[in-house]
Design a protein around this ligand. Structure first.
Ligand code: GAP
Length: 431
């Protein structure tokens, strides 16, 4: 990995090349929100699809759900989020800026105006976005934009058990939007107010949670390898009891060496029977699991691997970002794993004013598109410029059609990382 990656390099590349734009930019933006451009969407989907394939499709013990974002307010009362999903907020009496107390570099100094001793008592600020469902705004119509996808899984636990009656252990997976009214969104998409999670609630026999926890550590490592994150850039950090979320008896934070410093990429938590127990208590419906062929019943315990898509994407970009020199010129490229690259092949005619080259290039382009889908037609500027552009978006292969192609059907294929070019029969690429 390039050790010198700066946050501004990533932000500027992401904007310049159409990965990520500021949310509502045309109106001056909306803090903590981001919009994904054509390449950002492709990269994000590739990450999410990889996760879904590895943790749902390739396994026999996993069930996918897609629950509503708006949920009955009882969900958030029972889960403890209404009472405890808070961050400590302090306000500067000089400039009135508000900050998250536990993230201040100097607990006494306001980072906005530089004054010291201007903070009053911290107050607990609830991070859930509150809204009302329906035309009457009263207590009974209160709802929240979900701050985690997990609760949409827990509330469907019974449905999945009744429909599929799976053996324990089994998991329910969900990907989707989550919202937190962060006091200080920061570090590009790292801390946003609207983001996406990929979560599994893995239901186990209460006595077997440690085994499952250890297995998840291994599975997470495999996934992080597939994202192309160097092992040395990720560290497992055991979270001490006083820093753990209210529902957790053990948590490991996976910290990644982001450009802004080491910070949480994802979490692995042992949530005990906290959530199913609460649902059972508040709803009055049993969440007990009956072991097949026996009378043994219990409320399952839960292991929860929880991934943030934006943080995964930032870690992928950070790991892939490279600068080198080619023919005396600085080059920026993204050494993305091929399965994550938004574009797999770029196809160009050597000269765009030669109809015979364009026609042949179109033919090759169509064939590659049929095979790979994510193929880009690129005839803007000279070949050197096209290579630079494709390097910056991480396209592993650039195919150029020239006069020799018309004679013998061969094309040049240029490799993004080595910049080496080889001549191959075009048909070999798509057969
Ligand atoms: N269900 C458990 C849960 O939500 P969390 O540690 O609060 O646990 C899980 O969040 C993951 O969601 C984090 O590790 C991170 O990847 C992502 N995440 C949380 N807050 C975020 C934010 N404000 N912006 C972007 N990603 C966030």
């Amino acid at each position: 990995m390039n050790k010198e990656v700066k946050l501004e390099d990533i932000v500027s590349l992401a904007k310049r090349r159409g990965f990520i734009y500021q949310g509502s930019e045309v109106y001056g933006g909306l803090s903590g929100t981001w919009d994904y451009g054509p390449l950002g969407v492709a990269l994000k989907r590739n990450i999410m699809n990889l996760w879904w394939q590895m943790f749902v499709e390739d396994r026999d013990d996993m069930y996918g759900v897609d629950a509503a974002i708006l949920m009955n307010q009882k969900v958030w009362q029972a889960s403890g989020h209404v009472d405890t999903f808070t961050d400590p907020l302090v306000e500067c009496s000089n400039c009135h800026a508000r900050h998250r107390q536990d993230k201040l570099e100097d607990a006494n100094k306001c980072p906005t105006c530089g004054q010291t001793g201007t903070f009053g008592e911290a107050r607990a600020f609830n991070m859930m976005f509150k809204t009302n469902v329906g035309p009457v705004a009263d207590e009974s119509s209160i709802s929240y934009l979900r701050p985690e996808t997990a609760q949409g899984i827990f509330t469907n636990y019974k449905n999945v058990v009744d429909s599929f009656y799976p053996d324990l252990p089994f998991g329910i997976a969900q990907q989707g939007k989550a919202f937190r009214n962060e006091i200080s969104p920061r570090d590009f998409v790292f801390r946003s107010r609207e983001f996406e999670q990929m979560e599994v609630e893995y239901f186990v026999h209460p006595e077997k949670w440690e085994e499952a926890f250890e297995q998840w550590r291994k599975d997470i490592e495999v996934f992080l390898d597939k994202l192309g994150l160097p092992r040395e850039s990720v560290e497992e950090v055991e979270v001490p009891e006083n820093d753990r979320a209210h529902y957790s008896k053990r948590t490991i934070d996976y910290e990644f060496a982001f450009p802004h410093g080491k910070d949480e990429l994802l979490g692995l938590a042992y949530r005990t029977d906290f959530d199913l127990g609460n649902i059972q208590r508040v709803s009055g419906k049993t969440m007990e699991y009956r072991v097949k062929g026996s009378d043994e019943t219990f409320v399952p315990h839960v292991i929860e691997p929880s991934f943030g898509v934006e943080r995964a994407l930032m870690a992928v970009l950070t790991s892939a970002y490279r600068e080198d020199e080619q023919n005396g010129e600085k080059r920026i490229y993204l050494a993305l794993p091929e399965h994550l690259a938004p574009v797999k092949y770029a196809v160009s005619p050597l000269l765009k004013n030669k109809p015979e080259l364009v026609e042949k290039a179109r033919e090759v382009y169509q064939m590659l598109k049929k095979k790979y889908g994510a193929v880009m037609w690129d005839d803007n500027g000279n070949i050197g410029k096209r290579y630079r552009r494709q390097d910056e978006i991480g396209t592993p292969h650039c195919v150029v059609i020239d006069f020799q192609t018309l004679e013998d059907g061969t094309v040049t294929v240029r490799d993004r990382d080595t910049t080496e070019q080889r001549r191959v029969e075009a048909t070999v690429l798509y057969q």
